[in-house]
Design a protein around this ligand. Structure first.
Ligand code: NAD
Ligand code: LMR
Length: 327
């Protein structure tokens, strides 16, 4: 058997946490040959419910589950973690925008960033899911000065998967023939699902879809899919979010297909697509061996650049709201 990897997950008594823990424990992230230690982190009042999750994990008798720790102590939870999922935080309810959560949730990510900095493996990879995910990731990264900016990212994969799903249904094709989808910007209603470089069975998708449908219904529906699910379920997406988080971390750790890319929220340094520095912004990224590279120099028309600018502007506004949480 290989040496176990340690995966820390916050908010594991919550909806996404409950969905993701069992998939990771059963080999759904790293496969059947890779044992995992799970470090489950909750707030004190949820430790009773978390104990129930631990019992169920043990009762599954997964051969890939090596050890489980359940704790409210951040340093014990992040101790030697190789992979961290920062999920624990409040979800929005009907009528709220994700940005409305910033004041409630932002302060969670400062001590968590600091504890990861102190206690996690020095090569840790951190994925922020809790909303508003991009700016929470910025807070975590600012508070983890020993980490390289490339060690923290935010989840845009749910939007990416939604964009693939909607296109595949429109064209009546399997999702896996759709390549090089990009969702740019913020995980919010300013996100830009971009079909310009996307291919379907090797053909440019722009040739297959009607531009009015694309710029009208398609983009709007992807931007508002989270709210549509809250309206229908009375609760925010959970199983699809857990699935997207696994897709994100698997690609980051094990790589994307050769010459293809996925969408990830990553730290900006000002050198890609005129997006200013010090934001967590979603770009097309190619991943290999625990690292990623932003796909550079894609041609973008004025419409696309306008959409990217709007999302950048919103992220700057979010950053301005949390300046006191950035060290
Ligand atoms: P939930 O309310 O079901 O569960 C949240 C859990 O987090 C609870 O068990 C709570 O006790 C725990 N928690 C709260 N503060 C914590 C802290 N400081 N440390 C550890 N745990 C803490 O919510 P959910 O449906 O699981 O959603 C979690 C977050 O994920 C929300 O912010 C939601 O908006 C976000 N989300 C993001 C995406 C995305 O695409 N980025 C998708 C879906 C949901
Ligand atoms: C989603 O996109 O489903 C999540 O971010 C939850 C939400 O608030 O929309």
């Amino acid at each position: 058997m290989k040496k176990p990897v340690t995966v820390a997950i916050t908010g594991t008594a919550g909806n996404i946490g409950y969905a993701i823990a069992f998939r990771i424990a059963s080999g759904g992230l790293f496969g059947p040959e890779q044992p995992v230690n799970l470090h489950l982190i909750e707030i004190e009042p949820a430790l009773g419910a978390l104990e129930g999750v631990v019992m169920e994990l043990h009762d599954c008798a997964f051969p890939t589950l090596n050890n489980v720790v359940a704790t409210a102590d951040l340093d014990s939870g992040f101790a030697d973690a190789d992979y961290v999922f920062l999920i624990g935080s409040r979800p929005r309810s009907k009528g709220m925008e994700r940005q409305d959560l910033l004041l409630a949730n932002g302060s969670i990510f400062k001590p968590q960033g600091a504890a990861i900095n102190r206690s996690a493996s020095k090569d840790v990879r951190v994925l922020v899911v809790g909303n508003p995910a991009n700016t929470n990731a910025l807070i975590a990264l600012h508070n983890a000065p020993n980490l390289a900016p490339t060690q923290v990212s935010s989840m845009m994969r749910l939007d990416h998967n939604r964009a693939i799903n909607k296109l595949s249904r429109r064209l009546n094709v399997q999702p896996n023939v759709i390549k090089n989808m990009t969702v740019w910007g913020n995980h919010s209603t300013t996100q830009f699902p971009d079909l310009q470089h996307c291919t379907v069975d090797g053909k440019p998708s722009a040739e297959l879809v009607d531009q009015d449908w694309y710029r009208g219904e398609y983009i709007y529906k992807i931007q508002h899919r989270g709210a549509q699910i809250i309206e229908a379920r009375g609760a925010s997406s959970a199983a699809s979010a857990a699935s997207a988080a696994i897709d994100h971390m698997r690609n980051w750790a094990l790589g994307t297909e050769a010459s293809s890319w996925v969408s990830m929220g990553v730290m900006t340094d000002g050198s890609y697509y005129d997006v200013g520095k010090d934001l967590i912004f979603s770009f097309p990224v190619h991943c290999k061996d625990h690292s990623f590279e932003i796909v550079a120099d894609l041609s973008l028309d004025d419409y696309s650049m306008g959409m990217i600018r709007a999302s950048e502007k919103e992220l700057i506004k979010e950053r301005d709201m949390v300046l006191d949480l950035l060290r």
